[in-house]
Design a protein around this ligand. Structure first.
Ligand SMILES: *[C@@H]1O[C@H](CO)[C@@H](O)[C@H](O)[C@H]1NC(C)=O
Ligand SMILES: *[C@@H]1O[C@H](CO)[C@@H](O)[C@H](O)[C@H]1NC(C)=O
Ligand SMILES: *[C@@H]1O[C@H](CO)[C@@H](O)[C@H](O)[C@H]1NC(C)=O
Ligand SMILES: *[C@@H]1O[C@H](CO)[C@@H](O)[C@H](O)[C@H]1NC(C)=O
Ligand SMILES: *[C@@H]1O[C@H](CO)[C@@H](O)[C@H](O)[C@H]1NC(C)=O
Ligand SMILES: *[C@@H]1O[C@H](CO)[C@@H](O)[C@H](O)[C@H]1NC(C)=O
Ligand SMILES: *[C@@H]1O[C@H](CO)[C@@H](O)[C@H](O)[C@H]1NC(C)=O
Ligand SMILES: *[C@@H]1O[C@H](CO)[C@@H](O)[C@H](O)[C@H]1NC(C)=O
Ligand SMILES: *[C@@H]1O[C@H](CO)[C@@H](O)[C@H](O)[C@H]1NC(C)=O
Ligand SMILES: *[C@@H]1O[C@H](CO)[C@@H](O)[C@H](O)[C@H]1NC(C)=O
Length: 697
């Protein structure tokens, strides 16, 4: 495909205008929110960019914000030849913003380029490294901020650099009292340690953790100063003097009382070449969550405690590891870039590279050297722990990066249910209503999506075992997998009136897509039976699945429609929906569903596409980005390109302004129900659906 002349001219005019008004470029897109520090459910700070509530994607002039919307002030100032400018945040009366000329994101980095008065250029890199292959590094809830300053006019310039965090990082209740101290590690890392004075273990306020210790650190040296104190006082000292001196405010007080901030200033001197200053910011929680496992409810430690004997050891390791982190992150970014380009081109890379940090930002490694778990928070939609139908849309990114991590997510669900802590015959929905309390549902009164979750568990267990050739895992869990299959045999073909994972869309009997998940789940069990030497079960359940899929093709297809398509519900011939559960037939290489169904849906979707996607179903105009990418992964090339192109456009144009929502109006790109719904959710791991299929090929 080639650009039309009109398109080329339009693009050229936009570029000229952008330069004339000194606007930033955004590459590969201007996302609804820019990830700054995104590493865990509690280290999740963004720059809101889109819509009325965002500032268009600029680092200076607006406060960095926790995913849930409250400010986590992070401030950057620079003084060049005696004039102070703001490069991050929105402090008042300290200096004008620098001019942002470029923004770029990769899977692990957000990179800003700033022009400071035509004198120096700043390259500011926020790196939240992802280590799917390295438990030690992945277990650290830390992020990097690297600031490179260089002359841009050939002359030497006198430069001082300043950065602070406020106590807003340490608790969601801003009337709670913060405490702090500072120190220097044995290997000369200077740090501020800031925390909620009264530690409330496993408690959250406004989604932020009420326990743990925050570290904000940089390299110590003769030209470094640290200071704690009131925001306007500390920033004012830098603006007027270029140095903050060394001093500690010991008046521990509420976060919102004379707003205490924790600052570093560095005198870079007269610079003639690129000069780098590295900061790290992170959260140390010894105890991560409580879990109702085989021995009842026990606290579990953060996994980093198995590798490091103290918080400051962990801090030092992370800080000094930047070279290795950069190298590993470049490799990770390049792999996702190359694989995404090969799979479906730049539009797809625009999607995957924005999704990686958000997806991994909802999970946390816990446990000890003998037993590790991965726990997931259902961010924003309700805060549940280990929600099975959120792990399901998330899981393609794990099949692509490291399938063992999927096992670490499934393990706690098996452990709880196999030791009799859950009374229902079907799979549970989640392990606890409020992260970080994975305290189970001993009364069995969790949200009920029995058909959905039984199908999900069977599909994901087999997906993991196929990729790692771990048949022992299947044998270990055979009994409960068979129990869930028996539930599906009874319920999948003619689904009762119930909700699917898309619970916000309402309940409906005979949902075509939900039935398909159950039937695929039965065939998955047949494969599991074969792999574990249970040939009789394999034959029985495979026969049932095949019989069901034959009936399903009559019940769930509007054969006389033009063009034909599957329905939302049996017999409702003028309804339709995304048949995203078909993905698992391909994912598991089952060959259960005939190719004609795939082809039919590929032909149909373009006929009902809106500007930003194909609606989830006929009841509403909204769509789900994760299910669109599941559908795209198994569509023909044209329909795949259409779905991917619409989502990439949405990223660049949506009027929403929070961390990527997976639920949006397909016509307007806006919030479909309530503003702020479904933000920052891990289900964007499903955007890797194409890559997960290729990884299994
Ligand atoms: C800073 O970023 C720009 C691109 O925006 C690049 O051309 C330049 O080489 C970078 N400088 C350093 C020192 O990394
Ligand atoms: C995948 O993750 C597991 C658990 O963290 C780790 O032990 C393993 O080495 C990783 N696999 C690969 C191929 O790196
Ligand atoms: C988790 O449970 C503890 C009691 O064990 C409680 O204090 C805390 O508030 C709960 N956390 C959440 C997020 O509900
Ligand atoms: C800046 O602060 C330092 C240390 O307090 C002091 O020695 C110096 O005189 C101040 N400079 C200016 C220009 O105020
Ligand atoms: C490691 O974790 C497991 C599972 O929670 C627990 O049973 C075991 O006691 C722990 N081991 C140590 C040494 O803490
Ligand atoms: C096949 O599975 C169904 C459903 O679980 C069960 O009722 C039936 O007894 C099984 N038949 C055989 C031959 O195992
Ligand atoms: C579900 O579909 C079956 C098969 O077409 C039909 O017999 C049944 O009445 C339907 N149930 C409802 C509630 O519509
Ligand atoms: C189970 O194995 C048999 C013998 O290899 C094969 O014919 C059958 O198709 C397999 N069934 C499934 C569900 O994989
Ligand atoms: C729906 O379409 C199928 C085949 O396309 C047809 O058999 C069935 O009668 C139709 N149902 C209704 C309610 O029109
Ligand atoms: C979809 O939006 C159109 C307006 O663009 C409206 O007329 C229609 O009722 C909406 N459909 C649904 C199912 O909400």
């Amino acid at each position: 495909m080639s650009l039309s002349i009109r398109g080329v001219l339009a693009a050229f005019c936009v570029a000229v205008l952008a330069v004339a008004s000194a606007q930033s470029t955004f590459s590969p897109a201007r996302p609804p929110a820019i990830p700054l520090g995104v590493k865990s459910p509690y280290l999740s700070t963004w720059q809101f960019a889109g819509g009325d509530g965002g500032n268009g994607g600029y680092l200076a002039g607006q406060w960095p914000t926790f995913w849930a919307g409250q400010i986590t002030a992070w401030t950057g100032l620079i003084r060049v030849d005696g004039t102070t400018y703001t490069w991050m945040g929105a402090p008042e009366n300290v200096g004008p913003p620098v001019t942002q000329t470029a923004f770029e994101y990769t899977s692990t980095k957000s990179i800003f380029t700033m022009n400071v008065g035509g004198l120096v250029e700043m390259n500011i890199t926020f790196l939240s490294p992802l280590y799917p292959d390295d438990e030690k590094r992945q277990s650290l809830v830390f992020t990097y901020l690297d600031v490179v300053v260089q002359p841009m006019d050939g002359a030497a310039h006198d430069v001082q650099l300043y950065a602070d965090i406020s106590a807003e990082w340490v608790a969601g209740d801003h009337s709670s009292v913060a405490q702090w101290e500072n120190g220097i590690t044995t290997d000369n890392i200077a740090y501020h340690r800031v925390y909620r004075q009264e530690q409330l273990l496993f408690s959250e306020t406004n989604q932020q953790a009420d326990w743990g210790y925050w570290y904000w650190a940089t390299k110590n040296g003769p030209r470094l100063n640290y200071r704690s104190g009131q925001d306007v006082v500390v920033r004012g000292a830098f603006a007027s003097n270029g140095s903050i001196g060394d001093s500690s405010d010991t008046n521990f007080r509420p976060i919102n009382q004379d707003w205490p901030v924790f600052a570093f200033s560095s005198d870079l001197g007269r610079i003639t070449r690129p000069t780098s200053t590295l900061y790290t910011l992170g959260l140390a929680q010894e105890e991560a969550l409580q879990f109702d496992g085989e021995t009842g409810i026990v606290p579990l430690t953060s996994l980093w405690t198995s590798y490091f004997s103290s918080e400051t050891d962990a801090l030092s390791f992370f800080y000094n590891d930047y070279g290795s982190a950069s190298y590993a992150s470049n490799s990770f970014d390049n792999k996702i870039a190359a694989d995404s380009m090969a799979a479906a081109g730049q539009n797809y890379l625009t999607i995957t590279s924005l999704s990686a940090r958000q997806a991994f930002g909802a999970v946390q490694l816990v446990g000890n050297s003998t037993k590790q778990y991965l726990f997931l928070k259902e961010i924003s939609s309700d805060g549940n722990v280990q929600t099975v139908d959120v792990i399901f849309p998330f899981h393609p990114i794990l099949l692509y990066t490291n399938s063992t991590l999927l096992k670490l997510l499934l393990d706690p669900l098996f452990e709880n249910q196999e030791t009799g802590q859950y009374p229902n015959a079907w799979s549970m929905h989640d392990l606890g209503s409020s992260y970080p309390n994975a305290t189970g549902h001993p009364a069995g009164n969790d949200e009920q999506q029995p058909l959905e979750e039984c199908g999900n568990m069977l599909i994901m267990t087999l997906a993991y075992a196929q990729r790692l050739k771990d048949t022992a895992y299947l044998s270990k869990h055979y009994k409960i997998l068979k129990q869930w299959t028996q539930y599906l045999v009874a319920e999948a073909l003619i689904p009762a009136n119930q909700i699917s994972t898309d619970d916000f869309a309402g309940a409906l009997p005979n949902q075509t897509n939900l039935a398909l998940k159950g039937i695929i789940g039965i065939e998955a069990f047949a494969v599991i039976a074969n792999l574990t030497g249970n040939e009789a079960d394999a034959k029985n359940y495979s026969d049932i699945a095949h019989s069901y899929i034959t009936q399903w093709q009559v019940l769930g297809v509007a054969q006389d429609a033009t063009p034909p398509h599957t329905t939302l519900g049996y017999g409702l011939n003028d309804t339709h929906g995304l048949l995203y559960n078909l993905y698992s037939d391909a994912e598991l290489n089952l060959g259960l569903v005939p190719q004609s169904i795939y082809d039919m849906q590929s032909t149909f979707y373009p006929t009902v596409a809106e500007k930003y996607g194909v609606p989830l179903d006929t009841r509403h105009n909204y769509t789900k980005s994760d299910w669109e990418m599941f559908s795209a992964a198994i569509a023909n090339p044209d329909t795949q390109a259409l779905l991917i192109g619409h989502l990439a456009s949405w990223i660049n144009e949506t009027p929403t302004n929070l961390a990527m929502t997976d639920l949006y109006d397909a016509q307007t790109g806006n919030w479909p129900i309530n503003a702020g719904d479904f933000t920052a959710r891990p289900v964007v791991g499903g955007h890797f659906a194409l890559l997960a299929l290729r990884a299994s090929a």
